[in-house]
Design a protein around this ligand. Structure first.
Ligand code: UDP
Length: 237
């Protein structure tokens, strides 16, 4: 069986790299995530990754502590560059070809984001890790995922979270909570479901770019999503 998608945009939160640690990058967790990504690339699926930074620094938290919000957000974006480098290096060690492209220029360290070049890397089978979010404060890496996903012509955004989909209620608090298998953008809005942040969600909806929310901590889930199986929640037009 072949994969359901030729090109995907995987959104990994910074927290996904943390595992059960309280902060930073857990090497075992990163290796496991990378091995799952490697498996997907072997299915000839082109993979773009947007990585968050919440395991290191979040702008909102800095602002809450009295920092200037834009300054704090730039720090958050820089945190995503560190995560991107850790991810790319883990890929190098597992013989997965990868490039980091940053929305903020740090030319000595990583490539700048250049759309055409990113697409070329993807066509050559390299994983492209998009760092520094959108490059703008007041946005999130979810929005960067919707934006880069649209720009590279990804067929779907895969949102990797701790929970294996979108539920009718918080499954940790409500034992009767049911997972949505498939839901339309309009239904998700009508039911006030938080799938991505509102800016990211609106962009995906406008671009008719479906979103599949799934758990990155569930072994094999990424591959099942890519194979088009019922895994997590698919949000569609
Ligand atoms: N950020 C930003 N603009 C962007 C993307 C990210 O300012 O386009 C900053 C923001 O401060 C955010 C931090 O980078 O808190 C880390 O990103 P995010 O919170 O989205 O990471 P995640 O929750 O996915 O780990």
């Amino acid at each position: 069986m072949s994969a359901a998608y030729k090109r995907i945009l995987l959104k990994l939160s910074g927290e996904a790299l943390m595992g059960d640690d309280a902060y930073g990058i857990n090497e075992d967790v990163v290796n496991r995530i990378v091995s799952e990504i490697a498996e997907v690339t072997r299915l000839d699926v082109q993979v773009g990754v947007v990585i968050g930074g919440g395991n290191i620094f979040r702008g909102m938290k800095g602002a809450a502590a009295g920092m200037d919000r834009a300054t704090a957000d730039y720090m958050g974006m820089l945190a995503t560059v560190m995560n991107a480098m850790a991810l790319a290096d883990a890929m190098r060690r597992m013989d997965v070809e990868a490039r980091v492209q940053s929305a903020l220029r740090i030319d000595q360290v990583v490539e700048p984001y250049i759309r055409g070049r990113a697409i070329r890397h993807l066509e050559e089978g390299r994983v492209v890790i998009f760092a520094a979010g959108t490059g703008n404060p007041f946005f999130t890496t979810d929005t960067a995922a919707a934006l880069r996903g649209s720009e590279i012509g990804a067929q779907i955004v895969l949102k990797a979270t701790k929970v294996d989909g979108v539920y009718t209620a918080d499954p940790k608090k409500d034992p009767d909570a049911q997972r949505y298998h498939r839901i339309s953008f309009d239904e998700a809005i009508g039911r006030n479901l938080a799938v991505l942040d509102s800016t990211a969600f609106a962009l995906c909806r406008d671009q008719k770019l479906p979103i599949n929310v799934f758990s990155i901590f569930k072994p094999g889930a990424l591959k099942r999503v890519v194979m088009g199986e019922d895994e997590g929640t698919l949000v569609h037009s």
